[in-house]
Structure formats: C-alpha cells, structure tokens
Design a protein around this ligand. Structure first.
Ligand SMILES: [Fe+2]
Ligand SMILES: [Fe+2]
Length: 303
C-alpha cells in the first residue's frame, strides 16, 4: 500500500484534535428546532411534496436524531473490535498501541456524546423517536464475521463520516449550528480513525490469497445487508415518530412514497456514501482488483 499512513503520525495528529464532551454540549449549547439538522442530500424530504415546510423540517430533525444515534450504535462494535486488534501486539511498536488505544478512547467518548445528544433531543423535541438496536445485539451480529470483513466495514463507516462532513455539512448554512458543531467535532477525530482502519485492513489481509480476501469481501457485503435490514426498520420508526410529532396521518399512497424515498435516502447516507468512496475503493483494490470491481458492481443500488 502507498497510502503513507503510519501509527506515529496518526497518533500525533489525533493528540492535537482532542476535545471534551462538556465543551461542546449542554448549558447554553442547545439545539435550535426552528432549523434543519441534516443536509437535504441525506434527508431527502423535498421529494415528499405532500408535506408542508414545518412537516419537512420535523422529518429532517427525526432523521438527524437517528443519524447520531446510529453512529452511536455502530461505534459500539468498533470499540471492542479496535481493542481486540490492539491486544494482538502489545509489545513492539509503541505508537501502534497508543494510536489504537487513542482511537478506542475517542469512540468511547463519541458513544457517550451521542447518548448525551439524545437526552437533549428528547427533552426538547417533545416526541419519543425509536432507533434500531439494541447496540449489543447489533455489535454481536457484526463481530461474528471475519475480522477483515469487520475492518473493511469500519473503514467504510469512517471514510463515510469524512465525506458527509466535507461534501455536504461544512458549507451548509441552513443547518442548526449546535447540531453542526457536534458533527464537526466528531469528524475532526474520525480523520485519524479512517487512516488507522486502512492500517488494520492491511494487517488483517497479510498472508491471505485472493480467494480468502474475496470471501471476506462477501462477508462485508453480508454486513451491509444486515445494516440495510436495520435501515428498513428505521424508516418504519421514523414514519411512526413523524405521525406522532406532527399529528399528520398520511394516506396509503403517501406512506408508500415516504417509505420508498426514505429507504433510499437512508441507503445513500449509510451504505452508498461508503461503498462508493474513492478511499474505500482504493484500499479494496490494493487487496485485489476483484474486490474493487465487486463493490463497484453493487454500490449503485445504494446510491
Ligand atoms: Fe466516532
Ligand atoms: Fe471513528
């Protein structure tokens, strides 16, 4: 691989980016419910032309809440995975151990941040919004796969976070500043994680032939299918939360349109933006060009 990433440089950069939960949430740092939380490219509320502006904004906020909660969920499998990976070589490269423990420590902090966010959201939004879970069951299902498949999934998630912030969130002036600040602080620490994921994928692929690598790629696709099942459920939860929050009962045709548009919006948000990320594809290609081709052939279904 010629990505140029090293444990020493990612550790040094990660140390600079550090922030504390108390500094970015709580006190006068409140969510502004008169503003949208998510960029339209992810929320996709505009195609639902039967909704009025208030209803579109409320659905956008329901999606924003689910977004941070789903990150909290996936980070619950990343945390033990990184700890297990760190534990395989505790002696030798000190920077490797420190960089991976820093990574794990940041994910533990992010999990706590997202729980804290959910408390704020629920206190002020006024309607309970269900989110898929429980986190332990999802983590166990994902961690039951080949570690290389789990590492590729983690790589996908962390490059996806980069893409979301840089391409769609950073320059969106309509978004609630507090929600945007949480996304920015999360992104800034994830930059180093994506590099460490690349190093984890490299390490886990060592000594595998093409067939063994492609088997792991198929398992990564299976994990994607598992997440896709969760997203279908999340769309049902969001429809239910929307109905309760707005008092608007959608008719059968409108409900069907809601499900179709929102499922594809969720697929793009959590699956398509990762599967089609150039850095993810480069890493797959470095394992075997077949791996890149395989993912490129199925990614359009999630875009
Ligand atoms: Fe994170
Ligand atoms: Fe991360």
């Amino acid at each position: 691989m010629n990505h140029g990433y090293s444990y020493q440089s990612t550790f040094a950069l990660g140390d600079i980016a550090h922030w504390r939960i108390e500094d970015i949430i709580g006190g006068d740092k409140r969510l502004d419910f008169s503003r949208p939380f998510m960029p339209e490219s992810f929320a996709r509320v505009e195609p639902l032309s039967f909704l009025n502006e208030d209803e579109k904004r409320i659905l956008n906020q329901i999606r924003g809440n689910a977004y941070l909660c789903i990150f909290g969920l996936v980070e619950e499998f990343i945390l033990p995975f990184v700890l297990d990976h760190a534990r395989t070589h505790l002696s030798g490269d000190d920077y490797r151990v420190r960089a991976l423990l820093q990574f794990a420590g940041e994910e533990a902090k992010h999990i706590q941040l997202f729980k804290r966010f959910r408390e704020d959201f629920e206190a002020d939004f006024g309607t309970q919004c269900a989110v898929i879970g429980p986190p332990e069951a999802i983590a166990n299902a994902i961690l039951a796969h080949d570690p290389l498949a789990v590492a590729i999934t983690t790589l996908h998630i962390e490059w996806m976070v980069q893409r979301h912030y840089v391409d769609s969130i950073k320059d969106d002036r309509d978004l609630d500043p507090q929600f945007k600040s949480l996304l920015k602080h999360h992104w800034v620490e994830e930059v180093q994680h994506a590099k460490l994921d690349t190093l984890m994928v490299d390490a886990l692929a060592v000594g595998r032939n093409e067939e063994q690598i492609m088997r792991a790629v198929e398992e990564y696709i299976e994990i994607g299918g598992f997440i896709d099942g969760g997203l279908k459920q999340q769309v049902e939860f969001d429809l239910d939360a929307f109905t309760r929050a707005t008092g608007r009962e959608l008719n059968q045709v409108q409900q069907q349109q809601f499900r179709e548009v929102q499922l594809q919006a969720n697929r793009w948000t959590y699956l398509g933006t990762g599967m089609s990320h150039e850095k993810v594809l480069e890493t797959l290609e470095s394992l075997t060009p077949q791996a890149r081709k395989r993912i490129e052939s199925i990614a359009p279904a999630f875009c």
